[in-house]
Ligand binder design. Structure first.
Ligand SMILES: *Cc1c(COP(=O)(O)O)cnc(C)c1O
Length: 382
């Protein structure tokens, strides 16, 4: 088994910051993902000279469009930035006067419909360009007629959000059927939905007018990069709001510019992902999950199960369930001691407070052994 790197990289050492073990997934709070050497190399080379940023964005956009099976695409400064720019695009279309009027959206279609159950911690991104979120449906369930009734004169877009553990509204195809019949575009927030790779093209296939992904989660690009793809007229409108370099007013996307390093890093990460062997990736995760499972299985009062990946789980996931006859430290205590140790270990959360999820997708080779050993020590300390 590979020995994990315990050395603190110099730039962090100088700042007095310790590396942590990420058994929690591609979360923003821990840095997103670890970029592959090819991505870092491309970014470093990109930083070494000047380019025409519009030309670069356009060329990268073509790669994004192809990867997503869409007419158009662009690299953004993350999924949140893509959400802001996407809504701006739906409000302004190709009208330059409207682009320059934002974030004052007076006189424009400026309401974004969002299913009540899909409200989430990131959704202010849709309000940022000057739109207002209007909720539709009730959290317990969603019906096409409810969405249809909610579409109004001022609706600029319907947004559908995918996020683990979030209540789901209608399927994207159902949302599109209702919205398109009313001439309303559909934006899909699929920030953390890749891998699986097929999800890159899935939402456009299902009818989405715009879809966006986080570049720095499972795609493995820079944390401050993202992908926006979809209908060419809307992507053109997105460029107007994000990269209107010769206009008197720069547009609401100005504060979210993607640097040439992150554009190049993003494109490189996407291309590497498209060439990657998805089954081998999955097998690597499964090996780590199986290792943790084998080390922890059989402790009385605990049930440890490898849960299958799915919309609510990134990769195969060893989950520790605490049974009523468990007499050791509580799940909260286990988490606290994992964080208090050296290096700190961050683990995932599931459906219940009483479980500890070991998410393996961000574990570096060998860290599964560190996590298992630390957990064994904590769990056996009764
Ligand atoms: C992570 C996430 C975002 C934000 O992504 P960034 O690339 O960090 O801006 C937005 N929406 C959802 C559902 C997410 O999971």
């Amino acid at each position: 088994m590979a020995v994990p790197r315990l050395r603190t990289p110099q730039p962090y050492a100088r700042l007095g910051v310790r590396p942590v073990i990420n058994a929690q997934s591609w979360v923003t709070a821990l840095g997103g993902s670890v970029m592959r050497p090819e991505v870092l190399q491309a970014m470093s080379e990109a930083a070494s000279c000047f380019v025409d940023m519009v030309e670069l964005n356009r060329a990268a956009g073509k790669v994004v469009a192809r990867a997503c099976g869409a007419e158009g695409g662009m690299v953004t400064a993350g999924a949140s930035a893509a959400g802001t720019i996407a809504v701006a695009a739906c409000m302004t279309g190709s009208d330059r006067a409207k682009v320059e009027q934002l974030p004052d959206s007076t006189g424009m279609k400026n309401e974004v419909l969002l299913f009540t159950g899909e409200r989430n911690r990131y959704d202010m991104a849709f309000e940022l360009p000057g739109a207002r979120i209007v909720e539709w449906g009730i959290a317990g369930g969603a019906s096409p007629y409810q969405l249809d009734a909610a579409i109004a004169e001022r609706t600029c877009a319907v947004v559908t959000v995918f996020q683990p553990l979030l209540a789901r509204g209608l399927a994207v195809s159902e949302v599109c059927e209702v919205a398109h019949a009313r001439g309303t575009p559909v934006i899909v927030d699929a920030a953390a939905e890749v891998p699986p790779l097929d999800n890159l093209t899935r939402f456009v296939r299902e009818g989405a007018d715009l879809v966006f992904f986080s570049g720095g989660k499972g795609i493995g690009g820079p944390q401050n990069a993202g992908l926006l793809a979809g209908r060419s007229d809307l992507v053109e409108a997105a460029y107007l709001n994000a990269l209107n370099l010769d206009a008197p007013r720069a547009g609401v996307g100005r504060g979210m510019k993607a640097s040439r390093e992150s554009i190049v890093g993003m494109v490189t990460a996407v291309e590497l992902l498209l060439e990657s062997d998805e089954e081998a990736l999955y097998r690597g995760w499964m090996d780590k999950a199986a290792h943790v499972h084998a080390r922890l299985d059989g402790i009385e009062g605990l049930r440890i199960v490898i849960e299958e990946p799915g919309p609510d789980r990134h990769g195969p996931q060893p989950v520790i369930y605490f049974e009523p006859d468990w007499t050791g430290p509580s799940p909260a205590e286990v988490r606290r001691r994992l964080l208090d140790g050296e290096p700190p270990i961050h683990v995932g959360f599931g459906y219940y407070a009483d479980e500890v999820n070991i998410v393996v997708v961000c574990l570096q080779d060998g860290e599964e052994e560190v996590v298992a050993t630390r957990l064994l020590g904590i769990l056996n300390s009764r």
